[in-house]
Design a protein around this ligand. Structure first.
Ligand SMILES: N[C@@H](CCOP(=O)(O)O)C(=O)O
Length: 497
């Protein structure tokens, strides 16, 4: 499989190249030239696989520059019951018939980010060793990516992490998870600003190609295709678990009708037409998680709807309702009780718009660079807006009051305590359920990461794993600085060999 940029550079690159490169040189994001389509026979075969082997099958469709036996060993090393708590890796918790949570937060840092980051740690280590190179990872986090990346990369040979986070805006638990790490190769930088300022710095540094090459800068955010690819796997796993008892009889595979699909993939092959459909509701900030669902759907996984759930920072909900994309500035970005989604410029949104606009890189460049820089907004045409329905997207927003009510209701009705982001997802999902279609809400994190809001909702502390007792009082290792890419670059220069 080869990869191209969303901004018009059609140079085709291979997986390991873009794994280390992150952002494309023209400032765009990488996507595969086509989405490989799965048919009924393939889905039927995959249904019974352990998670690690399912990951291997899916990754193999996109990675042709790592030998199969090495890739298989990597996925088997990554997705183990020891690391993710259960043999299923992403079990589902049925709340009531037709409504379930997909548990994604049983990894080392108690958030769904571990699902991809543990794999990235293995892939980086493998590829760097093979090349005899080192990598300096520059990342941005609103709370969960940072700790997942640091836990996955700590102690890894040849890898250093520089993680930018918005000063004072993450929960005390999230800050403690990151800042208590004392490893030499981990650098925490608290930026005086919001997450978008951190992400802008990552992009500014990555777009300085001379600096990027000289200091071997890579990224672990979902702007890196490898992150998304790893996340595609749990849509398939969730689908199989949700349809375990309702699998249809299988027919022999037949190719999709000619002309039914755009050149880069989708819709589902005809032989999947009578497979049950599942909808996914995805709490969304940087649009990476739900963009992985878009990729799964383009591959033919029978997904009815991909529901984008935002918090009070509702730029994406506004876009899906109106066709207007108007990212907010720092002053307009609300500090909420689901802080990991306090994001107003969702990076991966560009990937979806690239597909929506017929993969017209020049148009994407005109919208995401020219229009956003000059006018701070863009609007797609009415027919383009109407076309969104064909991609299965729906959206909704949640507020602090909704979050509290949903956490209380979920505990009272189902005996399940959920975190604030998952509550945003469940709230939006409840408003968009359809009879006969199971809705899976993707769990974002465990409630202990946002204890103050859980106490506000339920009057009780959420359960905390024994090894994380007292984490907030450990010594902290963090450097604070203004939102200034030049200062971050100087810091990196001083700390790389
Ligand atoms: N919600 C994220 C923000 C970064 O998103 P990513 O998926 O691009 O890494 C966080 O918790 O840090």
């Amino acid at each position: 499989m080869k990869y191209i940029s969303t901004r018009g550079d059609k140079t085709e690159r291979r997986f390991c190249e873009i794994l280390l490169e992150g952002l494309a040189p023209d400032g765009g994001l990488y996507l595969p030239v086509t989405y490989p389509l799965v048919d009924a026979a393939t889905l039927a075969r995959w249904r019974g696989l352990p998670y690690a082997d399912l990951a291997f099958e899916i990754l193999s469709l996109y990675i042709d520059d790592i030998p199969a036996e090495d890739l298989c060993a990597i996925t088997r090393r990554t997705y183990t019951a020891e690391v993710f708590g259960t043999a299923e890796i992403t079990p589902i918790k049925v709340l009531e018939p037709g409504l379930a949570l997909e548990a994604l937060s049983n990894g080392p840092t108690l958030a769904f980010k571990d699902m991809a980051m543990q794999l990235l740690g293995q892939l980086f280590e493998y590829e760097l060793k093979r090349r005899g190179e080192t990598l300096n990872i520059l990342g941005a986090t609103s709370g969960d990516t940072g700790s997942a990346a640091e836990y996955a990369m700590r102690g890894k040979e040849g890898v250093r992490v520089f993680m930018l986070s918005p000063a004072g805006r993450m929960s005390p638990f999230q800050q403690a998870q990151m800042f208590s790490l004392q490893d030499e190769n981990i650098h925490n930088i608290a930026i005086e600003g919001v997450f978008d300022d951190c992400q802008d710095i990552v992009k500014a540094v990555s777009n300085d190609l001379a600096f990027k090459r000289q200091h071997k800068i890579g990224t672990v955010n979902s702007i890196n295709w490898a992150r998304l690819l790893a996340q595609v796997v749990y849509y398939f796993a969730g689908y199989f678990l949700a349809t375990k008892d309702g699998a249809p009889s299988l027919r022999s595979a037949s190719p999709p009708p000619e002309g039914a699909a755009p050149a880069w993939g989708g819709p589902a092959p005809a032989d999947l037409a009578d497979w049950p459909k599942v909808s996914f509701c995805v709490p969304s900030g940087n649009f990476g998680n739900v963009c992985a669902g878009h990729v799964a759907r383009m591959m033919g996984l029978p997904i009815a709807h991909l529901v984008v759930a935002t918090n009070e920072n509702d730029v994406l909900d506004e876009f899906f309702r109106s066709g207007v994309y108007r990212p907010r500035g720092s002053a307009e970005t609300h500090e909420t009780s689901s802080p990991s989604m306090d994001i107003s410029k969702a990076s991966n949104f560009e990937r979806f718009v690239f597909d929506l606009l017929g993969r017209d890189g020049a148009r994407v460049q005109a919208l995401f660079k020219t229009a956003l820089e000059s006018e701070g907004r863009f609007e797609i045409s009415a027919s383009e807006h109407a076309a969104i329905a064909g991609y299965g997207f729906q959206s909704g927003r949640s507020s602090h009051a909704d979050r509290l009510a949903t956490i209380r209701d979920c505990k009272a009705r189902y005996g399940v305590v959920i975190d604030t982001h998952t509550a945003d997802g469940l709230k939006v999902a409840q408003g968009l359920r359809e009879p006969g279609t199971t809705m899976l809400v993707l769990e974002t994190a465990l409630p202990v990461k946002f204890a103050a809001t859980i106490v506000e909702a339920l009057g009780e502390e959420p359960p905390r794993p024994a090894h994380l007792q007292g984490i907030e009082s450990l010594p902290k290792r963090v450097q604070q600085m203004p939102a200034d890419a030049a200062q971050v670059k100087r810091y990196i220069e001083r700390h790389v060999c």
